[in-house]
Ligand binder design. Sequence first.
Ligand code: GLU
Length: 419
Amino acid sequence: MGGEKNNVLKNVQEHIKKVCDALGTEPIVYEILKEPLRFYEVSFPVRMDDGSIKIIKGYRAHHNDALGPAKGGIRFFQGVYAEEVKALSAWMTFKCAITNLPYGGGKGGVAIDAHKLSEGELERVSREYIRAISPFIGPLKDVPAPDFGTNPKVMGWMADEYSKVVGHHAPGVITGKPIIVGGSVGRGPATGRGIMLTLRNFAEAEGFDPKETRVAIQGFGNVGKSAALHIYELGSKVVAISDISGTIYNNDGLDVKDLAEYAEENPENLKDYPGEKEFFPDTKYALEVDADVVFPCALENQITEENVPRFKAKYVIEGANGPTTPGGDKALAERGIKLVPDVLANTGGVTVSYFEWVQNLQNYYWSEEEVSEKLEVNMTQAFHDVYNMHVERDVDMRTAAYMVAIDKIAQAMKAKGWI
Ligand code: GLU
């Protein structure tokens, strides 16, 4: 576990170094980008329903804010650790730069298993965490959002608690809120919609038809589920989906709408889905089935040199953050499997978060059509910027994406006189 743990930050640092060298940036650019500018570790007591008090550990990282306030989600996960939060905050810096959002990168984590808490306990943890990090966040400083294990309800409590701390309404401090308290229409499914737009743009660039495409999806949480529903609408065939209980497969295509309804009632239990399917107990098996494209939409370190030799797909589109290790990248390249990286493919969520923040700051709200249209324009522009860099510089798409990002961040740091 220890080795694996340290890898996530090392993996990002390796990519940053490679790209700084390829761009020929001054060495100071790498020195600044390899670690967050600021990292906070907090411990806070929370009273449990049985009257006992638990000390909970939380983190918040500001990786870089040359392009604007730090932006990024808060993860509730028992196993969350400092290096992981640091790595995730770096990815946010790159995502925002690639997608032309006026933000830097941030990320937070709280070491709890949300499923094991009562609703009251979850609310107290959410509120106390926000109190603990309140000096470090703010609408023009650092703007959190949902991530693994958190949701709009949690964001609603957090925005409320922050507003109480500062003594006035401050909906712009957090995005991904319920719509009634300043959330944006379209934020919920935004990451999945963005993955669908990425598949569509990628298919056009590579010359294949998304309607003739068979897709396998690892993970059926917020991201995997909404990606599945959106590509199903697009006309692609979803042949495999996995969750923690295992992988289900249907060569003729799964009924994604029915599955999404089933998963609402039966979370993390695809294995008992009564529809037509083959079942495999391994959740990672979804990455290896007979499909054209795979979407890893679960956690980090899923695609490695160990499982890539068994892949049948031609393409990987990363819905999760950091699902591929550097060894996995190398193995994919050797097999000629092309990958669209997380920092481009899963930016739909943060892009609509940005729209939510803009609406909060101006106190004027947009229609669903406006949000959808702006998301499409933004993600398509980002896709072409990265794809063109990939073609012009003859580098893989992850390297191209980091090149686009690091070039902008270096320019901003220069313009601000930091370097
Ligand atoms: N947690 C999401 C991500 O990793 C969304 C972040 C946001 O909306 O700020 O991109």
